[in-house]
Structures are given as structure tokens and as C-alpha cells.
Write a protein that binds this ligand. Structure first.
Ligand code: MN
Length: 254
């Protein structure tokens, strides 16, 4: 009886100890040492549940360079589709719902595999399109559409030599993508600018690069108006860049 009592006491304390251990190891993504939150966000508001961002232009506003039907389908079908898939997977992972999309994309290797796959594909789709829409404008909306200026122009000139060289570098990256992808202008860890190409909806967020400008070179972005002529699409896109927003994003993340 005495032995049982001792055993029972030990069991009691063991259960208490295990309770404490459990309390301090409640599954939390923060405990994952591989997970590193970004210190600066372009879109701190992008969190579950995700919704389409407001466009600052009408579907037909960019028609000279980007036709109304393409923008309509691109925004209401393609972009919405990525959002739906992203919300669908996060519904199953409530412990990951409160992180920003940028934090999730920068830490894909720290996520459960099933979640990581969907965030990479569809979370990337949502982030990339959100950035893409934000940096577009009507050419007529001066001075935003009239070319880079100020700190962005200075950086472009110092890294690429001239705006024309930068455009050629960007076009080369756009044409290097066989299939679907994105071209980026990013700020690197030393504060310089760097062009970058990614496939599908991959982002440079896990490579310590901070994007400030992005171009969609999936065929769905241009096929109705330009068919196979990606060069023409890229050349047209230069007329639609909202350089004021590019500068604002740069100032947010510098
Ligand atoms: Mn797209």
C-alpha cells in the first residue's frame, strides 16, 4: 500500500511537471527557430482572410497598353482565384492565420509542407498581383506615369548607368523566362537595386531582396492584346508604371 502511495505521489508530480512542460510548449509558430519575421513590410495589412485590393484605375483606363478584357479577367478571375485557394488552406491552419503574407512567403521552409506548397503558389500569386496593380497607372496621370525621378532615378543611374540600360536589363530578364513568371526590381542588402526573374509565383522575399516594382509575364497578362509578342507587352508596360508608388514602396522598406 505504501509503495502504491509513493508511486501515486510520483505520478501526481509527474503529471504536474508534464502540465508545465505542455504550457510552455503550446504549439506556436513563434517557437520555430527557422521562422524569422520581416522587420519591414510593403503590405502589413495583407493577412487572412484575404480579399482583392482596390484598383486605383478602371478596367478600361489603361486600354492603350493593356486592354480592358485582360485586366478584368486578370483581376476578377486569376487574382481572385489565388486568394480563394490561399484562404482555403489557411482555414485549415488557424495558428498561421495571424501572420502577414510577406512573413509566410519569406519563411516557406518553416511552414508545414501542405501549407507551404499552397502559400508558395497562391500566396505568391496574391502578393505579386497586389504589388503589380499598385504600381500601375494611367499614363496621363502626371507625374506618376512620366518616368522615374528622385531617389529611384539616382539609384537606377548609379547601378545600371542609365534608365535605358535598366530597361534593357529588365527586358532581358523578362525574355529569359521560359513559361510563366515575374520580373522584379528589388533593393538588395547593401541598398543597391537589382533586377530579378522568378518562375510561376515565386517571390524574392526569402532571398533578402525587397521588391519595389514587378511585371507579370504570364501569358494571361498579355495574350489577348499581344499574343506571342512579349517584347511588345514589356515595352508597352513602361508607359503604365506608377513611379510615385515605386518611390513610396522604396521609402517603406529602405
Ligand atoms: Mn497574373
Amino acid at each position: 500500500m505504501k509503495i502504491f502511495s509513493n508511486f501515486s505521489d510520483k505520478l501526481f508530480w509527474l503529471v504536474i511537471a508534464m502540465g508545465f512542460v505542455f504550457l510552455f510548449t503550446i504549439p506556436s509558430p513563434e517557437k520555430n527557430t527557422k521562422f524569422k519575421r520581416l522587420t519591414k513590410h510593403i503590405f502589413p495589412e495583407l493577412k487572412y482572410p484575404y480579399t482583392l485590393p482596390q484598383l486605383k484605375f478602371a478596367f478600361n483606363d489603361l486600354a492603350t497598353y493593356m486592354d480592358e478584357q485582360t485586366i478584368n479577367i486578370h483581376y476578377t478571375k486569376h487574382h481572385q482565384g489565388y486568394i480563394d485557394k490561399l484562404n482555403g488552406i489557411l482555414e485549415k491552419y488557424p495558428e498561421w492565420q495571424n501572420y502577414t503574407l510577406e512573413d509566410l512567403l519569406a519563411n516557406l521552409n518553416a511552414l508545414p509542407e501542405e501549407l507551404s506548397i499552397v502559400v508558395k503558389a497562391h500566396g505568391g500569386g496574391h502578393f505579386n498581383h497586389t504589388l503589380f496593380w499598385r504600381t500601375l497607372c494611367k499614363k496621363s496621370s502626371e507625374p506618376e506615369g512620366s518616368g522615374p525621378y528622385g531617389i529611384i532615378l539616382e539609384k537606377i543611374n548609379s547601378v545600371f548607368g542609365s534608365f535605358e540600360n535598366f530597361k534593357q536589363d529588365f527586358l532581358d530578364k523578362a525574355l529569359s523566362i521560359v513559361g510563366s513568371g515575374w520580373v522584379w526590381l528589388c533593393v538588395d542588402s547593401s541598398g543597391g537595386l537589382k533586377t530579378f526573374a522568378t518562375y510561376n509565383h515565386e517571390t524574392p522575399l526569402n532571398q533578402i531582396l525587397k521588391p519595389i516594382l514587378i511585371l507579370d509575364v504570364w501569358e494571361h497578362a498579355y495574350y489577348l492584346k499581344y499574343q506571342n509578342r512579349r517584347v511588345d507587352f514589356v515595352n508597352a508596360w513602361w508607359n503604365l508604371i506608377n513611379w510615385k508608388e515605386v518611390e513610396a514602396i522604396y521609402k517603406t522598406i529602405e
